[in-house]
Design a protein around this ligand. Structure first.
Ligand code: NAD
Ligand code: UPG
Length: 441
């Protein structure tokens, strides 16, 4: 919405949320307090806020005043009832639709911006069309393809913008907003169902590439092949392409797992078992990769980490974000804590409170125990002081620039590095004296 506001000074954009604390943070005059850390975002908020970009909790007022409404609320995996652990929970989307139906007195274009199961537009339409009033609603699907950490660049230069809908007038109205900065050839129009399904499919394909290269990484470790060399060799085939082939401790983030589980659930609900089984393997392999990383660490440390200090570099699910949702670090830490390890974490953007709440959410042990076993440190050197091993969980660039000689001298010997992101130079680390382990080598 900030990027839309920046590129359309004549359009008033109001972001409304039920969460007062979040809205307050978005309105904070010190932009370092914005709730999301995303390179380039604070500058755009500063440029547009109070001019044509507004943040508020007055939801009904914003609905009343708007001609176009983007539903962008969360669609997490269900934690209860039918489809628990698989289906997307659409209650927040439905609440929005009901709120719009209740408040709207003039015609509206309603845009599905949240990631939704294919055919959700039908449910939204049914709610909006049964209000008894003569207000007309046009529903569009306009999935979001930005990746966190590069969101602003992705939005300013999107590979494509996808708009699915029936009403040509509504489609062109939304297309003209993007048209102020996106070339016309990159604005794709489809039917609603193709648009909804394309979003789930795009995420499934992207995640599948990571699970595919991660599956090969395990084979590399057995055969003296090097996964980075294999990725480079296959990526130079233009049919395969070089992007998204970086082997890692496992993908995280709020989207991939949730959207694939949702895809699997939809396939099963149509009784397409082979299709569902196929995509489910992407998640199975990802869970295996996270577990394998933790198990390797334990077995290398002479089969026990009990009472040992393990330093974690990184907690976010990828670099350049403060988002930790589904981060591999959470699951690796949980496994090591079950083995009574002590963990000290340094992440440049993640707070100690967040780390504790991520672990408490898993409900594996008491909050007090989590507090006792894992702590966040303000500097990497503190986190690694006296540690038996370093686990690199996020690929923050600054990790490469540390004084690794100094870190080595302060660690217990033998000093181990488990590089879950393959970011350090193996020969340099070995020369310093580290026992260095990475993924797929
Ligand atoms: N995060 C991403 O990078 C990304 C990228 C593409 C698509 N998506 C999709 O966008 C959607 C939102 O994701 P997110 O990461 O921003 O989630 P989020 O949980 O960070 O934010 C959702 C916000 O919606 C608010 N909300 C919930 N119900 C509301 C209501 N009835 N009225 C007003 N506000 C309400 C919540 O308070 C919260 O602040 C999801 O469907 C997700 O799959 C996210
Ligand atoms: O080669 C790679 C690329 C990514 N990752 C990991 O995969 C996860 C997801 O990364 P990324 O896709 O870059 O970030 P997200 O913000 O989760 O973005 C994905 O999910 C969004 C939400 O649906 C979509 O909009 C984006 O297009 C899609 O890339 C992270 O843990 C990465 O570290 C790898 O391990 N290897």
């Amino acid at each position: 919405m900030a990027v839309i506001a920046k590129n359309n000074p004549n359009i008033k954009v109001t972001i409304v949320d039920i969460n007062q604390e979040r809205i307050n943070a978005w309105n904070d005059s010190d932009t370092s307090n914005l709730p999301i850390y995303e390179p380039g975002l604070a500058g755009i908020v500063e440029e547009t806020r109070g001019k044509n970009l507004f943040f508020s909790t007055e939801i009904d007022k914003a609905i009343d005043e708007s001609e176009m409404i983007f539903i962008s609320v969360n669609t997490p995996t269900k934690t209860y009832g039918k489809g628990k652990g698989m289906a997307a929970d659409l209650k927040y989307v439905e609440l929005c639709a009901r709120n719009i139906a209740k408040v709207a007195k003039t015609d509206k274009i309603v845009v599905e911006k949240s990631t939704l199961p294919v055919r959700t537009a039908q449910a939204i339409k049914s709610i909006l069309d049964n209000t008894g009033s003569d207000v007309n609603f046009s529903i569009l699907s306009n999935p979001e393809f930005l990746a966190e950490g590069t969101a602003i660049q992705d939005l300013l230069n999107p590979d494509r913008v996808l708009i699915g809908g029936e009403s040509e007038e509504a489609i062109e109205s939304l297309a003209s907003i993007y048209g102020s900065w996106v070339p016309e050839s990159q604005i794709l129009r489809t039917n609603v169902w193709s648009s909804e399904l394309s979003k789930l499919t795009a995420n499934a394909f992207l995640a599948q590439r990571i699970s595919s290269i991660n599956a090969i990484s395990e084979l590399c470790e057995k055969t003296e092949a090097n996964v980075d060399e294999v990725a480079k060799a296959i990526g130079m085939d233009s049919r395969i392409g070089s992007k998204f082939l970086k082997s890692s401790v496992g993908f995280g983030g709020s989207c991939f797992q949730k959207d694939i589980l949702n895809l699997v659930y939809i396939a099963r609900s149509y009784n397409l078992q082979a299709v569902a089984d196929y995509w489910e393997q992407v998640i199975t392999l990802n869970n295996h990769q996270k577990r394998r990383f933790a198990d390797n660490l334990i077995s290398t440390l002479y089969n026990t980490v009990s009472g040992k200090k393990i330093g974690f570099l990184g907690w976010a699910f990828k670099k350049d974000t403060n988002d930790t949702r589904e981060s591999a670090a959470i699951y690796v830490a949980d496994h090591l804590l079950n083995e009574q390890a002590h963990i000290a974490v340094y992440d440049p953007k993640v707070s100690s409170v967040k780390i504790q709440s991520d672990l408490n959410y898993l409900n594996t042990r008491s909050e007090d125990e989590n507090k006792r076993l894992i702590e966040a440190k303000d500097s990497p050197y503190e986190a690694l002081n006296d540690a038996h091993a370093v686990a690199i969980m996020t690929e923050w660039d600054e990790f490469k620039t540390y004084d690794w000689h100094k870190i080595y001298t302060k660690m217990k010997k033998p000093a181990f590095i488990f590089d879950g992101r393959n970011i350090l130079d193996q020969s340099k680390m070995e020369k310093i004296g580290f026992d260095y382990y990475s993924i797929g080598k």
